[in-house]
Design a protein around this ligand. Structure first.
Ligand code: GAP
Length: 494
């Protein structure tokens, strides 16, 4: 199989232990997936690299691990309880409910995100769109709230109502006061959180792309209004080349163009700090090996912008089902802090030494979906090698589930091979395999993206050397056991 569809990828992920449909023994639940042994490793590696890059290697970002359940007022203040909705259409006969913009996009091949119910009803009528399941007539489009409701404590009443968080971001705003008081922060600074989010999607689809339980890795970067165009790191990013699809190009149905990020600044499409966060979020994908031809930045059209956002850009990946958002990057002003200040009656202003007064900062929000990152790395690395006759998953070594596999050439060498395995596995996630020919063992490791295979043979006994085989080139070199760990670490950090 050379060109993978999204369902082929789901089959591949299941067959290799990356991702399984949730509750499969009970026929599954739509929009829920479990990560298997290899998927868990890959997902954790992606998350760890993100955390290292955007939190640990910086001194202006603080980490947070907030609760999934919170006081209901967090979600009332943020607007989610009232407005976090998608538009759905229901079939008059079979009662199937479908996300209206998905139906229009699928049937008419036109973009439909951001359309209101009136526009949707008009398009459905004009084009005689029917139920995708039974082809019967559809009811008028209506709003559907995506929040998962629950209740906290043994007594169920109005005050026990709670929600599973639909984004990690609001916890950052809710804990903003605590973090700014305890961490001696100085504007500009950010708070990062990675964790689960839940949305009762009307039509979950495309495998991991739109699910009802997923993970986000989000940053809220707080700054004073007058700091937006004072980013000291601009030099580091201004020459990064990006594929950009502007709102104007979308209206004219033009394709994206490769530009440098500073051209966006010249056109005043966004502020300096926004350009910085957008470009380093884009670069993170390139640094982890994503094909630059399959990555682009798309500017939101006016009608897509939330009422509080002055500019939003998506990073999109070219999946088999087209260009799709994998990351959102918005200038949210001070909408969220202002809402929480109003509803909680807590003064969330912080004293700013430079401005010599208390202020309520604004934010730039880079919001990364972990499962969509996972899916883009899987598609991007998937190669079917005709010569080898097997899949080679060319994952960046930093994120591959296993860093090395260790094989004794024959069972007699098991003791010697286990010594090498034990030496490495304390520091690196390694796999030990004795079954089948060396060729078969190589192929199994290619398919799950293991960058290095190490074979222990009879020469190992004589001179303490092993063969190290590279997944992508299949080249083999002989290397001393003593030098093995350093050589592998060099490959992992390339
Ligand atoms: N705090 C802003 C926010 O949540 P969003 O565009 O709704 O913005 C951000 O979500 C990212 O979360 C998306 O770019 C995507 O990667 C991921 N995401 C959102 N909904 C998802 C879903 N149903 N399934 C998987 N990932 C999702």
């Amino acid at each position: 199989m050379e060109k993978l569809s999204i369902s082929d990828m789901a089959v591949f992920c299941k067959s290799k232990g990356f991702v399984y449909p949730n509750s499969e023994i009970y026929n599954g639940v739509s929009g829920l997936f479990d990560y298997g042994p290899l998927g868990t490793e890959l997902k954790n590696n992606i998350k760890q690299d993100w955390w290292k890059t955007f939190v640990q290697e910086r001194d202006d970002i603080y980490g947070l691990d907030g609760c999934i359940l919170s006081h209901q007022d967090i979600w009332k203040s943020s607007g989610h309880v009232e407005f976090f909705e998608d538009i759905m259409v229901e079939c008059t006969k079979c009662k199937e409910r479908t996300r209206a913009d998905n139906l229009i996009e699928d049937k008419l091949k036109i973009p439909a995100e951001g359309l209101n119910a009136t526009d949707i009803n008009k398009i459905i009528k004009e084009n005689k769109l029917a139920c995708p399941k039974c082809k019967s007539e559809l009811k008028e489009a209506e709003n559907f709230n995506l929040m998962f409701n629950t209740s906290i404590g043994p007594v169920q009443n109005n005050s026990s109502v709670s929600y599973l968080r639909p984004e990690t971001a609001q916890l950052i705003f809710a804990d903003f006061k605590a973090i700014s008081e305890t961490m001696r922060v100085k504007l500009p600074f950010g708070i990062a959180q990675a964790g689960k989010a839940f949305r009762n999607e009307i039509s979950p689809r495309d495998f991991l792309f739109r699910t009802r339980e997923f993970e986000q890795m989000e940053i809220e970067f707080f700054l004073r209004k007058d700091q937006h165009n004072k980013c000291p790191y601009l030099k580091q990013v201004q020459n990064i080349k990006i594929n950009l699809l502007t709102a104007a190009q979308q209206k004219k149905k033009e394709k994206h163009k490769e530009i440098k990020i500073n051209e966006m600044l010249k056109e005043k499409m966004l502020t300096e700090w926004h350009a910085y966060w957008l470009s380093i979020s884009y670069k993170w994908f390139l640094d982890l090996g994503i094909n630059k031809e399959k990555l682009r930045i798309r500017e939101h059209l006016k009608k897509e912008l939330s009422h509080y956002s002055s500019a939003t850009f998506d990073i999109e990946y070219l999946f088999p089902m087209g260009w799709k958002e994998i990351h959102g990057n918005a200038n949210r002003g001070n909408f969220d802090l202002m809402q929480h200040k109003k509803f909680s009656k807590e003064n969330l202003d912080i004293f700013d030494e430079e401005a010599k007064q208390k202020i309520l900062p604004e934010v730039i929000e880079p919001s990364q979906g972990l499962d969509r990152a996972f899916l883009s790395f899987m598609f991007d690395s998937y190669n079917f090698d005709k010569k080898r006759g097997n899949v080679v998953l060319k994952l960046h070594p930093k994120i591959s589930p296993y860093k090395a596999a260790i094989f004794p050439l024959v069972n007699k060498l098991d003791n010697d091979a286990r010594k090498v395995y034990n030496l490495l596995k304390k520091d690196l996630n390694c796999f030990y395999d004795t079954k089948g020919s060396i060729g078969k063992r190589y192929a199994r490791m290619d398919e799950i993206g293991t960058p290095i295979c190490i074979t222990i043979d009879f020469q190992t006994k004589e001179d303490s050397t092993v063969t190290l085989r590279d997944r992508d080139t299949t080249k083999q070199v002989r290397i001393k056991v003593d030098e093995l760990k350093d050589s592998i670490l060099k490959i992992l950090n390339k």
